[in-house]
Design a protein around this ligand. Structure first.
Ligand SMILES: [Zn+2]
Ligand SMILES: [Zn+2]
Ligand SMILES: [Zn+2]
Ligand SMILES: [Zn+2]
Length: 499
């Protein structure tokens, strides 16, 4: 028996830490309540812990109708969803974000959520704007189903770094070389980073140029055109393998009041489509003056313009497909281009390496890097590392300070909005969230037999303080399990099979 005991003890100490913690979580007295709270966040991967209380008070009599305090919770905290849009950070919250984005994009195409269905008849196009080339990269080429050589060139020709200028490989879809430069030393990393840092500004220039070109084509001044037609945009950024963003955009023409009013007959689909190429060609931003040179930053030659149709057709995209496309990219970060999904800069000094003109940062010892982090040791592709390093070096120069290249180095210099839309396009994400929160609050009141919120005689009082984020190892495992159950239940309920 002694031997058996010894065996048991041995097994005990062999439990990995996460398993010990998982057993603790499941056996904790407040486990059922904890599960309910996690399910209410949808299985959020990094919930925010709040401590505090709220009271619902009858404004007339002062009677407390309902009281809630986190001190009554087994954990002492209330869990609130993190709300992060990125699937690599929080699968649960990104799914909610994706669904909301889908709703608001679709509302702008087909109507709904306060947008009239007549919006479907307005001229609209789906446009993709690309980054220009900063040097040849490995590419998968396919023509009529035949895989072709990446970059066929004379096999004897080399660049000044004595690397072959061509590549005769036929790259498969998951080839790690795709998107990587043929010669990293020939590749213009400075130009690529500066382009990316100005991509948001370039988009803005494009929207202005669109209005100008539309007016010119209509034979009007911009001002006169603006009195008849309102142009609205909804766009999303998508990282390509070469680490530069594309913008996918919906452009729609409305009457001066927006979605509720059709544009005049002459502002038709043809006018819209004709204005895109000259507007894309005209948009340009110049990089700040530097002894490294000045770059005139423009869109790449690849410009894709497709009509958006009520139903799927050969040369166009359906409203449903466009909304799904934008929603999907809205939850993706830069990780598709082989980088990391968190900041690399020191949180104390924001990457500057100093706290003032005189004081060097004690946290990072002046490097500007997050303590314990080394750019050489990052688990990223060589191309992403060069982009990051270029952000880091350019970020130290005063002329590029406004571009904040170090805090955005993990995004390879892009600091624009991932998804954005004009005010007139459709509803806001905030309004959708607000509607959902109100709906939940109303449900909760009904359960407790309380008056509806519309009843002005009740007051909700509360104060909350931040008490941390995230889970222990064992909690994280259970939360992921809960997320999958919530997601499956939602799929069954909505009959959606995408994702
Ligand atoms: Zn979350
Ligand atoms: Zn190649
Ligand atoms: Zn070279
Ligand atoms: Zn620092």
């Amino acid at each position: 028996m002694n031997g058996q005991n010894e065996h048991d003890t041995h097994n005990q100490t062999q439990h990995p830490e996460w398993m010990t913690d998982l057993i603790r979580v499941i056996n904790a007295p407040g486990y059922t309540r904890w599960r309910t709270m996690v399910a209410a966040t949808g299985g959020c991967a990094h919930p925010i812990h709040l401590a505090g209380e709220s009271l619902i008070v009858d404004a007339g009599t002062g009677e407390i109708l309902h009281a809630y305090a986190t001190t009554d919770e087994p954990s002492g905290h209330l869990l609130v969803a993190c709300g992060n849009r990125r699937a690599s950070v929080c699968p649960a919250c990104s799914e909610v974000y994706q669904a909301d984005t889908f709703q608001l994009i679709r509302a702008g195409l087909s109507g709904g959520k306060g947008v009239p269905e007549t919006v479907s008849a307005h001229p609209r196009a789906f446009v993709t704007l690309t980054a220009p080339s900063f040097g040849p990269v490995h590419t998968r080429r396919e023509t009529n189903g035949t895989l072709r050589a990446c970059r066929p060139r004379n096999r004897d020709k080399t660049c000044e770094h004595e690397r072959p200028i061509g590549c005769h490989a036929r790259h498969e879809p998951h080839d790690d070389r795709l998107g990587q430069p043929i010669c990293p030393d020939c590749y213009d990393y400075t130009g690529a980073v500066l382009w990316q840092a100005h991509a948001g500004a370039l988009w803005h220039r494009f929207t202005l140029a669109m209005r100008q070109e539309l007016a010119t084509l209509a034979g009007m001044s911009r001002r006169a055109f603006g009195a008849h037609v309102r142009v609205s945009f909804a766009k999303v950024a998508e990282y390509q393998r070469r680490g530069l963003v594309h913008f996918h955009a919906i452009i729609r023409l409305d009457g001066p009041q927006g979605a509720h009013e059709p544009p005049p007959d002459w502002a038709d689909h043809d006018l819209l489509v004709r204005a895109v190429p000259p507007a894309a060609a005209r948009a340009a931003v110049t990089s700040p003056i530097s002894d490294l040179g000045r770059w005139t930053l423009r869109w790449g030659d690849q410009l894709d313009i497709r009509p958006i149709l009520l139903d799927q057709a050969a040369d166009g995209l359906s409203e449903q497909a466009v909304a799904g496309y934008i929603a999907k990219y809205a939850t993706k970060g830069a990780e598709a281009s082989g980088t990391v999904d968190h900041r690399l800069s020191c949180p104390a000094c924001g990457g500057r390496g100093r706290l003032s003109l005189l004081a060097s940062c004690g946290r990072c010892h002046g490097t500007g890097l997050k303590p314990g982090l080394y750019l050489d040791a990052l688990p990223v592709t060589e191309h992403a590392r060069r982009m990051i390093r270029t952000c880091w070096e350019l970020g130290a120069r005063p002329e590029f300070a406004a571009l904040r290249l170090r805090p955005w180095a993990h995004m390879l210099g892009f600091r624009g909005h991932f998804a954005s839309k004009s005010r007139a396009y459709s509803v806001n994400l905030g309004d959708l969230r607000g509607a959902r929160a109100l709906h939940r609050a109303a449900e909760a009141r009904e359960r407790h037999g309380l008056p509806a919120l519309a009843d002005a005689t009740t007051l909700v009082l509360g104060h909350w303080r931040f008490a941390g984020t995230g889970y222990t190892q064992g909690e994280a495992i259970m939360a992921e399990h809960i997320r999958q159950r919530v997601a499956t239940a939602r799929k069954i309920a909505t009959g959606r099979e995408d994702g």
